[in-house]
Design a protein around this ligand. Sequence first.
Ligand SMILES: Nc1ncnc2c1ncn2[C@@H]1O[C@H](COP(=O)(O)OP(=O)(O)O)[C@@H](O)[C@H]1O
Ligand SMILES: [Mg+2]
Length: 413
Amino acid sequence: MADPWLGRTVLGRYRLRKKLGEGGMSVAYLADGGGHHVVVKLPNVGGPNPIDICIDKLRVEGEVLERIWRQYGGHPNIVKFVDRGDEGQYPVVVEEYVQGQTLAEYAAGKGGLDPDEAFEIGKRLADVLRFLHGYGIIHRDFAADNVMVRGADPVLIDFGTAKEGYAQLKPGTKIGKPCVSPPEQAIKGYAYFSSDVYMWASMLMGAMKPRRGRSVGAIDNFCRYINPSGALIAEPCDLVECGSYAGCLNDVLKMALEIDPTKRIKDGVELYDSLTRCSPPPPPCGTYLLINGRRVCLDPSKAYIVGTETASEPDIKIPEPELRRSGKTYISRRHARIWYDRSRGRWLIQDLGSVNGTKIIRGGQEIVMYFGCRDRCPGQPSQPYELVTGDQIALAFSRSTGAPYVVVEFYEQ
Ligand SMILES: Nc1ncnc2c1ncn2[C@@H]1O[C@H](COP(=O)(O)OP(=O)(O)O)[C@@H](O)[C@H]1O
Ligand SMILES: [Mg+2]
């Protein structure tokens, strides 16, 4: 049957172009909204759940997402709120379009995540839980099909099951997915902050590279790691490749997957803290850039041009993000320069007058080094900025939303 929503304009200004996907509760469409792409979510009328439940959930989703961005300031790894309203009897939620694949698809495409990348993705998702739990929000379906991967950065997209408020003692609807949801939620319908912690761990382990057998998808992978009562059949890092994170990550995954929710890591704050205590593996070099989970060592006696131009040593080639609108490239051929300044004893970065600019994200604050020459190119090189370990360098960002296209990180021992 033809989809009756396609081609329609909702809330007077969002024209639905294409169906992106659907879950039990809602259907997501790609739409045009004032010259750029957005995602419009509508209740899944033909889906497995009663329509009034789908309507309620979508309404809550819109409210929670709006509060996250308008009151709580948002989080870089949460999909941005755009708009909401009603179209006839149906609630409509409009949000940022996140280009990329779901974490489930992304991990499947690689046969499972490598340890370095898994740790980085896991840490950012733990930070999302730290943020949500800090505002009393329990997500309840923190799973690999509700996270998109943009470049190498995870973005949580689905708030259809989110619940606000600390009182979580009443039995609710059974939400989540069999075996990746914690027993208290799958069996009894209770959800605590620690239930999200469990799902964080089941999502991450399911996405990581299995040590035995082939990767069969994030959810099915994880199902193979537990017995019918929900207990792990072996140490986490005997089941998945943890690389040099083995000791610490093993303990965190184990404590996050405790069957008894009162013995589990209790919330995102505690989870994030335990992960930051996992010292990174011994580095192959003192200073490096992390690009898509890959370490690129920086030698203080060299200067590096980063960009898309085929690199001649020692320049660093930056991968273009996957693009839908054809032909456009986001990263400039010679985008920025990174070098070590002996007199200051610091690493410096300078934008070379790129088209889409460069900014540094440091402890949640954004420092725009250069806005990009955009349509008045070529531009002038920016001033040099000192880099600090842990800096996220956004190479190219959206003019309208500020969303980064590619993020590389800088680490110094
Ligand atoms: N903001 C978005 N950007 C890109 N794709 C999205 C977005 N929101 C949803 N999708 C796609 O639609 C699917 C279903 O959306 P989701 O929000 O998870 O709905 P449900 O509540 O029904 O599970 C997702 O798995 C994803 O593939
Ligand atoms: Mg979903």
